[in-house]
Ligand binder design. Structure first.
Ligand code: NAD
Length: 321
């Protein structure tokens, strides 16, 4: 398989330019690339250009725009075949529906240029099912970003049954070469890895408010004023290692293992029945209160952008990538 040098890729195709595809487009443009996009929505081009225009100053503020990069390198095309003509990589961010993606893949499969990998943003569909039967299946892979991809570095990479191992390696190398932080999943799983980790947290958060252990506000505060702060710097295993003192993770398990087992045994699986959903919606609506959606989003951005900027700069300065 004749794939380009990952760092040399300078023209990418964006298929589907909604929440995620538009964010990917802004990211690749900020990396100085040419972006060829397609989205079937009637206002697809206008919405994409508006998104990129809004994201650009934020990316500049984060020092994430490389020298010479410009939003003018964005071209919008009339269909998937035109959008992937001449590209060296495709990021697919079509709706999360197996039949929609497979119909799209059939169109792309017929024209995917040689040596071009197509990576799917899918949050939880299984690549083995997405790629089955296509002649270019070996070059179809999952590159699941964390929303919004123009700001959050993580991409989870996993291949399906028919994806070539070379393609998985190449895709990780491609994302890493262009400023993302790619992780490798060794096999497929519903929700990949990160959404499963999040689901574990959401399960406990929901259980806590359903059983009356704490209010919605206190559960949110518990994370954002506590573990959330450390989790932006260290992963769960690194934190366990530190919790064990100089004896590290081994000491942590020896000292806290029985307690941890007791807590885990006490945890329940939340069943999201209609009644439970109604109750959760009411509790969260009450906690959010009169705060408009846009003001909650603005609060997140006001707090997150300096954190992202500081982490990126400090990691660069200390060689901590
Ligand atoms: N929203 C998230 O938080 C998030 C995070 C990570 C990954 N993803 C994944 O990204 C993908 C896109 O999700 P989204 O949130 O951007 O959805 P979205 O609904 O915002 O965007 C989907 C876009 O695809 C377009 N579209 C419709 N039919 C299409 C077709 N046949 N071919 C190509 N494009 C088509 C739509 O016009 C729309 O602009 C999904 O696979 C989703 O699982 C979403």
């Amino acid at each position: 398989m004749n794939l380009p040098e990952p760092s040399s890729v300078h023209r990418v195709g964006i298929i589907g330019a909604g929440t995620i595809g538009a964010s990917w487009a802004a990211y690749f443009l900020a990396r100085g690339m040419e972006v060829q996009a397609w989205d079937p929505a009637p206002d697809g081009e206008a919405a994409l250009r508006a998104f990129v225009a809004g994201a650009w100053p934020v990316l500049e503020g984060l020092d994430a725009v490389v020298d010479g990069a410009t939003p003018d390198r964005l071209a919008f095309h009339s269909g998937p075949a035109a959008a992937i003509e001449g590209v060296e990589f495709v990021q697919e961010s079509a709706p999360e529906k197996l039949d929609v993606k497979r119909a799209l893949y059939a169109e792309i499969d017929a024209v995917l240029p040689d040596g071009v990998v197509m990576s799917s943003s899918t949050s939880g569909l299984i690549m083995s099912e997405l790629q089955a039967g296509f002649s270019n299946a070996a070059r179809f892979v999952v590159g699941h970003p964390f929303n919004p991809p123009h700001l959050i570095p993580l991409v989870e990479v996993v291949g399906g049954t028919d994806t070539s191992a070379t393609v998985v390696d190449w895709t990780i190398g491609f994302y890493d070469a262009h400023g993302k932080k790619a992780i490798r999943l060794n096999h497929e799983a519903p929700g990949h890895l990160v959404n499963r980790l999040q689901a574990a947290l959401w399960r406990e958060a929901m259980d806590a408010v359903l059983t009356g252990l704490a209010s919605v506000e206190d559960v949110d505060d518990a994370i954002k004023y506590g573990p959330g702060l450390r989790l932006s710097a260290m992963g769960p295993f690194e934190l366990c290692h530190l919790a064990g003192g100089p004896g590290g993770f081994s000491n942590f398990l020896d000292h806290f293992g029985d307690a941890l087992q007791h807590w885990m045994d006490d945890m329940r699986t939340v069943e999201l029945t209609p009644e439970v959903r109604t109750k959760l919606k009411a509790l969260v609506a009450e906690a959010i209160g009169e705060r408009a959606f846009a003001s909650v989003a603005a609060e997140r951005d006001t707090l997150m952008l300096p954190v992202l900027s500081t982490l990126a700069r400090t990691r660069r300065e200390h060689g901590l990538y």
